[in-house]
Write a protein that binds this ligand. Structure first.
Ligand SMILES: [Ca+2]
Ligand SMILES: [Ca+2]
Length: 423
């Protein structure tokens, strides 16, 4: 006979095990940063890797465009003015990718996770003339997997808004001065402004409705210098949850929306007030998800502005599937140094063997139009490295394309290849 007591204990243990897994990792924490120090865009400083694990780098056609905030394994919140289509599909001229776990945009970091935006839900009342309701939810084609460098920010609880003068933090890769965007993610501490004084600052004049409604928050230093700027749009403004003494959960209260200039005296940045959109956010992320199950899905992500990176074949390490055609394009043409070279080196290689590579193969092309074949590879020996240099007229732009094809049977482990710019 089963004792109900034992049954309860077993159930409780199971529940703890489940909760233990489900509750890890908590939102709004930065486990990679052991000291818990709030280190510090305009007038900010470089963030340590892992100190803003909810930060998203949003790219449009491979070019850095905006920031965003991870709030769910499949959803990122950003500013509506960052994306120019209300529904992203294959007919769209613009493609968006989102990188989590990024810190230095010039190189691929170990915990980076790149995803396609498969759907963009712009707020139905977004007004592009006044920037009212400047919020969009972006659905990743696959869940991000959480680790110490990729974690969501906490969402505000019902009616939870930061008190004026609370020290909050904004972050992004936007302009650090009028001429320069950084490689390293920047962060800046900004106090929340009294709403009334923000209305006065941004008062448009008589008979024009104020843009400073309860749907926005203002944050900044009236003495200028520290601020968010162009390129930071869509990124997070987080504040410590009240009562957690600045060491606890970071809550996403604001989304970088607009300002008048950057870091100007007497001005303050305007942020979408996330709290007022909580209901819309919850409703939207509850819709049935869309997935992109193409095994080559990561291959089309364009790689630009990077001094180094790594490319893996689909399912690398176990085995690749049949009938693949994956294409990776790396465009390093913005590397200005005339003596720069790009070295492409395979680190692992196991592709179905044939003397003429007639079954499965990896091809590397270079040249402005990717029309110069550098090599065709298969088998289990690491191919020789390929070096592209700007001084050789064949590839002055340091662009290359890797094409991987497999036939209809026999898959092997696949390959990983690294590229690195040196001068
Ligand atoms: Ca990076
Ligand atoms: Ca094969």
């Amino acid at each position: 006979m089963y004792s109900p007591y034992i049954f309860v204990i077993v159930l409780a243990t199971l529940m703890f095990a489940f909760l233990g897994e489900a509750s890890f990792p908590p939102c709004g924490t930065k486990p990679a940063i052991t000291s818990g120090r709030w280190s510090r865009i305009f007038g900010g400083w470089g963030a340590r890797y892992g100190s803003i694990p909810w930060q998203i780098n949003l790219l449009e056609n491979g070019e850095p465009k905006c920031g965003g905030t991870l709030i769910h394994p499949k959803w990122v919140v950003s500013a509506a003015h960052c994306v120019i289509v209300s529904f992203i599909n294959t007919n769209s001229m613009k493609v968006y990718t989102m990188i989590a776990g990024d810190n230095d945009i010039s190189k691929q970091e170990v915990y980076e996770q790149s995803r396609w935006v498969i759907r963009a839900m712009v707020h139905p009342d977004y007004n592009k003339a006044t920037y009212q309701n400047d919020i969009v939810l972006l659905e990743a084609d696959h869940e991000y997997s959480y680790n110490n460098y990729v974690l969501p920010a906490c969402m505000p609880r019902f009616d939870e808004t930061p008190f004026p003068y609370t020290s909050c933090k904004a972050s992004g890769w936007g302009f650090v001065n009028p001429f320069l965007t950084p490689d390293i993610l920047q962060e800046v501490n900004l106090p929340i402004l009294v709403h009334k004084s923000c209305e006065v600052i941004h008062h448009p004049g008589p008979r024009v409705p104020s843009q400073i409604t309860d749907k926005v928050l203002c944050a900044g230093h009236l003495k200028g210098k520290k601020d968010t700027c162009q390129g930071d749009s869509g990124g997070p403004l987080v504040c410590p949850r009240y009562g957690s003494n600045g060491l606890g959960e970071q809550v996403l209260y604001g989304i970088v929306s607009w300002g008048v200039g950057c870091g100007k005296v007497g001005k303050a940045g305007v942020y979408t007030n996330v709290n007022t959109f909580a209901e819309w956010i919850n409703k939207t992320i509850a819709i049935p998800p869309i997935y992109n199950d193409d095994p080559c899905r990561f291959s089309g992500i364009k790689i630009q502005h990077k001094a180094e990176g790594e490319i893996n074949s689909p399912g690398f390490g176990s085995h690749y599937s049949n009938n693949l055609q994956c294409v990776w394009e790396v465009d390093l043409s913005d590397i200005t140094s005339p003596s720069a070279t790009a070295k492409i080196q395979f680190e692992n290689f196991d592709v179905e063997k044939d003397r003429d590579c007639k079954y499965d193969k990896v091809k590397i092309y270079s040249g402005d139009d990717f029309d110069r074949l550098e090599g065709v590879y298969c088998g289990d020996r690491i191919p020789p490295s390929v070096t592209l240099s700007k001084t050789r007229s064949a590839h002055p732009s340091l662009k290359f394309r890797i094409i991987f094809t497999s036939d209809n049977n026999i898959g092997r482990k696949g390959f990983s290849v690294r590229f690195k710019i040196s001068d």
